[in-house]
Design a protein around this ligand. Structure first.
Ligand SMILES: Cc1cc2nc3c(=O)[nH]c(=O)nc-3n(C[C@H](O)[C@H](O)[C@H](O)COP(=O)(O)OP(=O)(O)OC[C@H]3O[C@@H](n4cnc5c(N)ncnc54)[C@H](O)[C@@H]3O)c2cc1C
Length: 300
C-alpha cells in the first residue's frame, strides 16, 4: 500500500468477532472514507471485509490477506422523504433504536440482530419479523477492481440469508422507511428483544445461528412438509446434539442452532469440529445436509 495513504493500519492483531476466539490478521486496515476503502481494495483485491464480526469464525491460523474493518465508516443521514442513508460500518442496533425513536418503521423488525449495515446487507440478515432487503432501496458497492457502483437494491438477487453481492463490498446503503408512531415502534423493538432473550443464549459468546434453515425435499413427520423451510435447530435437537461439546465449544441447550464458547477453553478448531459433528449427525438422522450460515475465514 502506498506510503501516502493515510489509512490506519494495525499489524498482527486478533480479529474481533462475537465468538471471541480465533486467529489473527497479519494486517488490519480501518478506512474512514470511501476513497480510503477503494485504496484498500486496490492494494489487495482479495481483502476480507470485517463488519461487526457477529457471523464470523476465524480459523486459529489467521488470515494472510488484508483484513478491512469498516467500523470507522459510520455516517448516517436522514432525508425528508423517509430515506435514511447509512455508511456500511454503522451499527444496525443503533439504527434500529434511532429510526424507531424518529417514528420511522422498517428497520425495527431487525431488533436484536447484531451487525454492521454492510454485514446485514451481505447476509440479508433477519428472521421471522423481516429481513434487511425489505426496505433497502439503494446500495453503493465496490467491485474487486476498486470501481464504485451505485445501484438500486433490486439489482441484487438477494435471498434467504444471502444479499446476492457476489464479491462486491458494501460501502453504503439507503433504506426507505415508513412514518409510524415512535412509542409503538419502541414497544415493538422491546417485544422482539424480549422474545429473543427467552429463546436464544444471548448472554453467551456465539455467532447466532450456525446453520441456515434448510428447505425439506420431502416431508418428515413431526418436522415439516416437502418444500417447507424448517429450523435447523429443530433438526439438531432431534438428532440429539444439544449439549454436545468439543473443548470449550458446546451446542446450546437453549437453542440447538447456537454454538456457545467458553473463551478461556475454546479455540476455533473446537468450533469447527463441533460444526462438522453436528452436520454429520443431522445427515445420518434425516439425510439432510446443513449449510453453515456462519462465515468461516481461513479453514482449509
Ligand atoms: C447473538 C446473535 C444473534 C444473531 N441473530 C441473528 C438473527 O436473528 N438473524 C440473522 O440474520 N443473523 C443473526 N445473527 C448473525 C449476525 O448478526 C448477522 O449475520 C449479521 O448480518 C452479521 O453482520 P456483521 O456486520 O457482524 O458481519 P460479519 O460477521 O463481520 O461478516 C459476515 C460476512 O459478511 C461480510 N461482510 C461484512 N461487511 C461487509 C460489507 N460491508 N460488504 C461486503 N461483505 C461484508 C463478511 O466479509 C463476512 O463474509 C446473530 C448473531 C449473534 C451473535
Amino acid at each position: 500500500m502506498p506510503e501516502t495513504l493515510a489509512v490506519e493500519m494495525r499489524c498482527d492483531i486478533q480479529i474481533p468477532t462475537w465468538f471471541g476466539v480465533g486467529g489473527r490478521a497479519d494486517r488490519l486496515a480501518r478506512p474512514r472514507t470511501l476513497e480510503q476503502l477503494v485504496q484498500c481494495v486496490e492494494s489487495d483485491p482479495d481483502c476480507r471485509i470485517l463488519g461487526d464480526g457477529a457471523n464470523l469464525l476465524v480459523a486459529d491460523t489467521g488470515v494472510r490477506e488484508l483484513v478491512v474493518s469498516l467500523d470507522a465508516m459510520r455516517d448516517v443521514s436522514y432525508e425528508a422523504n423517509g430515506v435514511v442513508r447509512v455508511a456500511a460500518g454503522a451499527k444496525l442496533h443503533r439504527l434500529v433504536q434511532e429510526t424507531a425513536a424518529r417514528g420511522l418503521a422498517g428497520l425495527h423488525t431487525l431488533a436484536g440482530v447484531p451487525a454492521s449495515i454492510g454485514g446485514a446487507v451481505a447476509m440479508n440478515a433477519g428472521g421471522k419479523h423481516g429481513s434487511t432487503y425489505d426496505h433497502l432501496v439503494e446500495l453503493t458497492t465496490i467491485d474487486r477492481r476498486g470501481v464504485v457502483h451505485t445501484e438500486p437494491a433490486r439489482a441484487f438477487a438477494a435471498c434467504y440469508r444471502d444479499g446476492g453481492l457476489g464479491d462486491r463490498i458494501v460501502a453504503g446503503a439507503a433504506f426507505r422507511l415508513v412514518p409510524d408512531d415512535p412509542a409503538a415502534l419502541r414497544a415493538r423493538v422491546k417485544a422482539i428483544m424480549l422474545e429473543k432473550k427467552h429463546t436464544q443464549p444471548l448472554a453467551a459468546d456465539s455467532a447466532g445461528c450456525v446453520f441456515k434453515n434448510p428447505v425439506l425435499q420431502e416431508a418428515i413427520a413431526g418436522v415439516g412438509r416437502a418444500g417447507q423451510r424448517v429450523g435447523a435447530g429443530l433438526l439438531i435437537d432431534r438428532a440429539g446434539c444439544k449439549g454436545w461439546a468439543v473443548g470449550g465449544a458446546s451446542v446450546s441447550q437453549r437453542h440447538a442452532n447456537f454454538i456457545t464458547v467458553d473463551k478461556k477453553q475454546a479455540n476455533a478448531a473446537n468450533i469447527i469440529e463441533l460444526i462438522e459433528r453436528v452436520g454429520v449427525a443431522v445427515r445420518e438422522r434425516f439425510g439432510i445436509t446443513l449449510h453453515t450460515e456462519v462465515v468461516i475465514w481461513g479453514a482449509s
